[in-house]
Design a protein around this ligand. Structure first.
Ligand code: SF4
Length: 213
């Protein structure tokens, strides 16, 4: 198998990093399905409400009024707003069709203003362990899709990060070791278990490390 045959997204690569065996059972063999948790369903609802509010000016539902103050700077931001922006790249890291891709992802909001882009992720989970790598991938996809952009400011609601076009190779380099491990798993059929306390929430019941909660 060639490296370019491994299609990925930020979340699928993260799933692989968390447990290759679980990735194999769910994504390769399709023996199990990962059902969304209550937290994930809440996140989807909030994303939709915020997308409609910031992108289309629809009123926020009463339950989400508490986000209005935090979202005001996004509404007032100058530039062209692209809510739920879908971006896909081919193996050459050039823009590709959504269904004919090497890597793809959806940015919650991208605002383009001259040579600068602002990317925001509406993070709804715990802010204790923010993971800005997803924003790093979105920034790299913005560089590919919008050649005029040389500078990206990004934030996981309020954990800001910044990326420069001149650092593109270094930024891609953060993903490549994990992608190479994923490619080797496909090539060699070796999908290592990675037991953690989260095994209680894993749907792969035939794994030796699975335990009932
Ligand atoms: S039970 Fe644990 S080790 Fe086994 S597949 Fe699931 S997450 Fe991986």
């Amino acid at each position: 198998m060639e490296a370019h045959e491994v299609k990925w997204s930020y979340s699928s690569l993260k799933d692989y990093q968390n447990c290759p065996r679980q990735y194999q059972e769910i994504k390769v063999l399709k023996n199990y399905t990962k059902f969304p948790t209550a937290e994930m369903r809440y996140g989807t609802e909030v994303h939709k409400a915020v997308e409609d509010y910031v992108g289309e000016g629809k009123p926020l539902a009463p339950d989400y009024q508490r986000f209005a103050k935090q979202l005001q700077p996004l509404i007032e931001m100058e530039g062209t707003k692209h809510p739920e922006l879908r971006m896909a790249l081919g193996f050459d890291r050039k823009p590709s069709k959504w269904n004919d891709y090497w890597v793809r992802g959806i940015a919650d909001l991208v605002v383009l203003n001259g040579d600068t882009a602002f990317i925001v992720d509406y993070k709804t989970g715990s802010s204790k362990y923010p993971d800005p790598k997803q924003l790093q991938l979105m920034a790299l996809m913005v560089f590919s899709h919008y050649p005029e952009i040389i500078y990206v400011k990004a934030g996981l609601l309020f954990f800001p990060s910044e990326y420069r076009r001149e650092d593109e190779e270094k930024l891609w380099g953060d993903f490549y070791p994990h992608l190479e491990r994923l490619r080797l798993s496909y090539e060699n059929g070796v999908w290592q278990e990675n037991p953690t306390p989260l095994c209680g929430w894993c749907p792969v019941k035939r794994c030796q490390f699975h335990k009932e909660r």
